[in-house]
Design a protein around this ligand. Structure first.
Ligand SMILES: Nc1ncnc2c1ncn2[C@@H]1O[C@H](COP(=O)(O)OP(=O)(O)OP(=O)(O)O)[C@@H](O)[C@H]1O
Ligand SMILES: [Mg+2]
Length: 333
């Protein structure tokens, strides 16, 4: 359904006062997304996981045409999204929906909930009459479990959890082929989080919608996703089926993420603790970006950037030492 290949987006850094004094012409750039490749199958939930600044939102913005890449391609149903004809573009905008992290930003405060839900239907000419659209809005409200009385209210009168349900309902009302949810629950109470994530699973089960779920929490991704793509400093470091990735992680960074997740069984894996500061994605050297923090780094990691390799069937890892470090421990030798 969606194929992302070699996607790259660098943001130029502002020159500082010192840079200008020293006559530096350029201040370099942040490698927000660097050579990112992954794909999403029809009907699956793909988790995009990584800590703050790893390039998750930039990737989502590139896939939804809010940002243009420096290079690389994104194919949606076999067509390059950056070269779509006006008709295909309209179709793309209807079928690829993005929901943001903050439920307070995602709804227009001047619109009632009914108006907010009807607006995308009008924009995309879904439902011929007002009655037909009203019926569709009612069906959507039932699906997301927000009482009908809320329809005439403004977003300010709803709770954060209700707003995020409405924001998701708004995206789902168009029966998109792909929904991208950027940290949809990170600003909500833990009690509401589970119900929103379950709602996402229910909505997905009702149709053929694929979902990209962006989260920094690998435990959430494991619970909800079919496959997981782990990002670190603008790069994909590991990409595999969710269960496979969690029970058999082959990248030190994924190990560290799992070590920091107390809900998972500590005996099931080798514990890797990262040391040192998180580096900067500004002008990184040709090296593994994790090497200053990685307990397994050796000389090659400092001079050669590892590429994503298929180490086991369907299990991709970008690390020079995966087999050496993690394979013997897996087989217990
Ligand atoms: N418009 C921009 N101009 C300059 N730098 C940017 C811009 N957008 C993102 N960046 C930088 O790109 C890097 C990746 O940012 P991004 O927002 O994609 O990360 P993220 O994984 O979504 O993080 P978070 O979990 O905090 O949302 C960061 O270093 C960020 O500062
Ligand atoms: Mg983000």
């Amino acid at each position: 359904m969606l194929e992302v290949t070699g996607l790259k987006k660098h943001f130029p850094l502002e020159r500082s006062f010192l840079d200008r004094l020293r006559g530096k012409k350029e201040a370099g750039s942040v490698h927000a997304v660097d050579n990112v490749s992954f794909w999403v199958r029809r009907g699956e939930i793909l988790g995009l996981v990584g800590e703050s600044g790893s390039g998750k939102t930039t990737t989502a913005r590139l896939i939804t045409l809010l940002e243009r890449p420096d290079s690389g391609s994104v194919q949606f149903e076999g067509k390059d999204i950056y070269g779509l004809s006006p008709d295909d573009l309209k179709n793309f905008r209807r079928h690829v929906q993005l929901v943001f992290q903050n439920p307070y930003d995602s709804l227009d405060p001047k619109f009632t909930i009914f108006e907010s839900l009807e607006e995308p239907l009008l924009t995309h000419s879904v439902g011929r009459t007002k009655d037909e659209r009203r019926e569709m809005v009612h069906q959507t409200m039932k699906k997301v479990g927000v009482p009908m009385e809320a329809l005439n209210l403004y977003p300010s009168k709803l709770s954060g959890g209700q707003r995020q349900r409405i924001a998701l309902a708004r995206a789902f009302a168009l029966e998109p082929k792909l929904l991208i949810a950027d940290e949809p629950v990170s600003m909500l109470d833990s009690s509401i989080r589970a119900s929103i994530l379950n709602m996402l699973l229910d909505l997905r089960a009702q149709g053929a919608t694929s979902v990209i779920l962006i989260t920094h929490d690998i435990a959430t991704a494991r619970h909800v996703c079919d496959r997981i793509c782990v990002m670190y400093m603008g790069e994909v470091v590991e990409f595999a089926m969710a269960d496979e990735l969690v029970t058999n992680p082959l990248h030190p960074y994924t190990h560290a993420l799992l070590s920091a997740t107390p809900r998972l069984d500590p005996d099931a894996r080798v514990t890797v603790e990262l040391t040192g500061e998180i580096g900067s994605a500004a002008d990184p050297p040709a090296a593994c970006r994790l090497h200053p923090r990685c307990p397994h780094a050796y000389e090659r990691c400092r001079v050669e950037e590892p590429v994503l390799r298929e180490i086991l069937p369907g299990h991709y890892v970008a690390c020079h030492r995966s087999e050496e470090v993690f394979f013997p421990k897996l087989t217990g030798t």
